[in-house]
Design a protein. Structure first.
Length: 137
């Protein structure tokens, strides 16, 4: 089966608890989320590469008005959650839920704090899906 480096394939790797990027064979850049074609080297081949899963918090927001998927997971006005931008050790930035932080006291959440990857299962049966998250390292 041809690898297309789509979000679907990225999510399949998440389901196996692997944070994967697409590495360009020409320039060596790892694209996360993956992209089928390197913008610098459109002719080059891509290969999957597992990332270290380490990073640091670059930005965050505490979300009180949750989208449906997060309402279903029990979040909302009374149980807010933190979403953030994580700068990976490999240099890329990716947005994900940030677990294990005190959302009732956002001042306690530190930009630059070291994080490690976590995988959250939500939904049941055929609807079950693994979501990318990060937690304090
Ligand atoms: Zn490239």
């Amino acid at each position: 089966m041809a690898e297309l480096f789509t979000a679907t394939e990225f999510n399949q790797h998440l389901a196996e608890h692997k944070l994967m990027g697409a590495r360009c064979a020409a320039c060596g850049e790892i694209h996360v989320p993956p992209r089928p074609i390197c913008p610098e080297c459109p002719e080059a081949e891509m290969t999957w590469e597992e990332l270290s899963g380490e990073g640091k918090l670059a930005a965050f927001t505490v979300v009180h008005i949750a989208p449906t998927m997060m309402l279903d997971a029990g979040y909302g006005r009374k149980n807010p959650y933190c979403t953030g931008v994580v700068e990976l050790a490999e240099g890329q930035r990716i947005s994900a839920q940030i677990l294990g932080v005190d959302v009732s006291d956002p001042a306690s959440i530190a930009i630059g704090a070291p994080l490690k990857v976590a995988f959250v299962e939500r939904g049941e049966g055929d609807e079950q899906k693994t979501y990318l998250a990060f937690e304090p390292a």
